[in-house]
Ligand binder design. Sequence first.
Ligand code: PLP
Length: 451
Amino acid sequence: MNKYNSALAGKDVQYQLHPYTDAILHQEVGPLIIERGEGVYVFDDQGKRYIEAMSGLWSVALGFSNQRLIEAAERQLRTLPFYHLFSHKSHSSSIELSEKLIELAPVPMSKVFLTNSGSEANDTVVKLIWYRNNAIGKPEKKKFISRRNAYHGITVASASLTGLPPNQRGFDVPLPGFYHVSCPHHYRYAQDGETEEQFADRLADELESVILSEGPETIAAFYGEPLMGAGGVIVPPRTYWEKVQAVCRKYDILIVADEVICGFGRTGNMFGCETFGITPDVMVVSKQLSSSYQPIAAVLVNDTVFEGIADQSHAFGTLGHGFTGTGHPVASAVALENLKIIEEERLVEYAAEMGDLMQAGLARFKSHPLVGEVRGHGLIAAVELVANRSTKAPLDVAGKLGKFLAGRAQEHGMITRAMGDSIAFCPPLISTQEEIQLVLDTFGRALDDTA
Ligand code: PLP
């Protein structure tokens, strides 16, 4: 045996380089090995149960043991475990999934391009928009604008869209041509006495001045999550999206909605675009698309974007972009079944109801001396911890309170996520009232330990 609590943990430290993990600290503390899942719970290799208040990575909408998803994967594996979509080939599960996504989309969309991950989907969007703008005779219209604190992934273009320093530090991104404007977080970034509406106006003006100083003819698209997830569950001011969209339309700038976290019920509607009144030209979905039982993501483009892409075929013939796993039959079959379940079981409406309950429960912590802000929409929320409520200052080291509280919650049998000093909540859409209550109670216990 080694200093960790199992031989397997020792092998993990020896052989794996973990994503989003401090490689040195990992050698000291070792991994928490999760062995199985059941409903909204996971169990570690010592048999301890945890309520998964983050749905894994904001994604396991149907919980960890949905039999229909397992059977859909098995059926597809037995019929056609793999085929691709290159060179005019196709197969039924990718066709049906694409049809379903076009049917569900909140605005008319034309075509679906499938990928393995959200990051790949966002890189695909960047490349397709560059390709399209070359086709329509606007080769100078290539720049992207996203927001500070945004999360769009970690491949080269998606990391350039991402606006979080840890995803860029040491990686030589962002690439040239990627710009970041202010994060729409009123609590943190509003000026003294500024209302939410004034704050939204200021941010729209800032966007317009960046567009004008770069030249509107050089800006291809504005990129945003309807509600920012990994950047801290940031709910924009009510008028923010309306104002930002008006600026984009004025200068012929495409709007890309990254629905990787918001999509399929998370904010209480099928899409975050519906919750926040967004009319995107391009949408990106993943995570709850398959409840993460299989890796899959999708890019949806409208006619305006597709027509330019199709036009390039006159010049180049083949569209030189695609992954071995594009439209993977097993991932597509699981995603299709997952979407059917969400519809049949009316999980979007149910999540809205459970979301109200969770938001009301979390709001009760607002008066706690360590709580600066409680925010969220539907079944996604964050509680921001501060050492001083009037100055909003963190403890001596930013992130220390968040890390400590997430650690205490884990000891009490709940997995959450600390994003700096904000604690995120994103429970599975199937969570019962009792399970939401358990999340709230466990958070309360961890907060008491922290005080
Ligand atoms: N976009 C958003 C909004 C995300 O939250 C994420 C992942 O958390 C991504 C893109 C990247 O997805 P992936 O991790 O599948 O590459």
